[in-house]
Design a protein around this ligand. Structure first.
Ligand code: PGA
Length: 251
């Protein structure tokens, strides 16, 4: 059985006080959800330790939203995987489409970030997904396969088993426009088959592939019911504790 995961990506949102309130609310309601589901909160860097302390031994994990590819050095303003390891942060999102788009992160750089994260015992939540023009041109399968190839295919199967993948069609992120269950299942299957072609079926079948892009309480259940959708990476709806917990309950 693959691990079911629901991760909340808070992006560059919340003040410290709002982050504490949101964490407390999620903690308060998390008991409503099935305890087999791994819940991960990804707050902005400055609040990681606070949120982690607040979550304590609840079983809910924290994740960072990014890390630099270098271990340490003169990179003003950046945060390394080594730093996250020293804080015992278990997960890190790598290659979110907003990082690719606004910070020009390409597949080669993301491969370095994946390596840095793994070297520091962090589990990467590796994001892939196509923009609207690529979908309209019918080139989405090829693009997503190449994103996975460029940043993950240099790994061996043991390392690959530590990766969580998030398929997030860019046209569905923050737009309220969700992929249909058929579109989501189709792409998750494409990704899993591609992983199998490189790492074998056994490895490919163990890797959680999350769906992201306007996941809401009213669409989560049908998305998460797809055989190759193993949970979600939730942006906007993760900032509302009630919505986020209702999404977790759908998994
Ligand atoms: P959204 O964001 O749920 O607000 O669409 C998802 C994401 O970017 O991870």
């Amino acid at each position: 059985m693959r691990q079911k995961i629901v991760a909340g990506n808070w992006k560059m949102n919340t003040t410290l006080q709002e982050a504490q309130k949101l964490t407390a609310e999620v903690l308060g309601m998390a008991g409503e959800a099935n305890s087999n589901i791994k819940i991960i909160l990804c707050p902005p860097f400055p609040y990681l330790q606070t949120v982690k302390n607040q979550l304590g031994g609840s079983g809910i994990d924290v994740g960072a939203q990014n890390c630099n590819e270098h271990q340490s050095g003169a990179y003003t303003g950046e945060v390394s995987a080594q730093m996250l390891k020293s804080m015992e942060i278990p997960y890190v999102i790598i290659g979110h489409s907003e990082r690719r788009q606004y910070f020009h992160e390409d597949g080669k750089l993301l491969a370095q970030k994946v390596d840095g994260a793994l070297a520091n015992n962090l589990k990467p939540i590796f994001c892939c997904g196509e923009p609207l023009d690529i979908r309209e041109a019918g080139e989405h399968e090829e693009l997503v396969k190449s994103q996975v190839e460029e940043s993950l295919f240099h790994l061996n199967a043991e390392a690959m088993k530590k990766i969580v993948i998030a398929y997030e069609p860019v046209w569905a992120i923050g737009t309220g426009k969700t992929a249909t269950t058929a579109q989501a299942q189709e792409m998750h299957e494409v990704i899993r088959k591609h992983l199998a072609s490189k790492f074998g079926n056994d490895t490919a079948n163990q890797i959680p592939i999350l769906y992201g892009g306007s996941v809401k309480p009213d669409n989560a259940k049908e998305l998460f019911a797809c055989p190759d959708v193993d949970g979600g990476l939730v942006g906007g709806a993760s900032l509302k504790s009630r919505d986020f917990v209702d999404i977790i309950k759908s998994a």
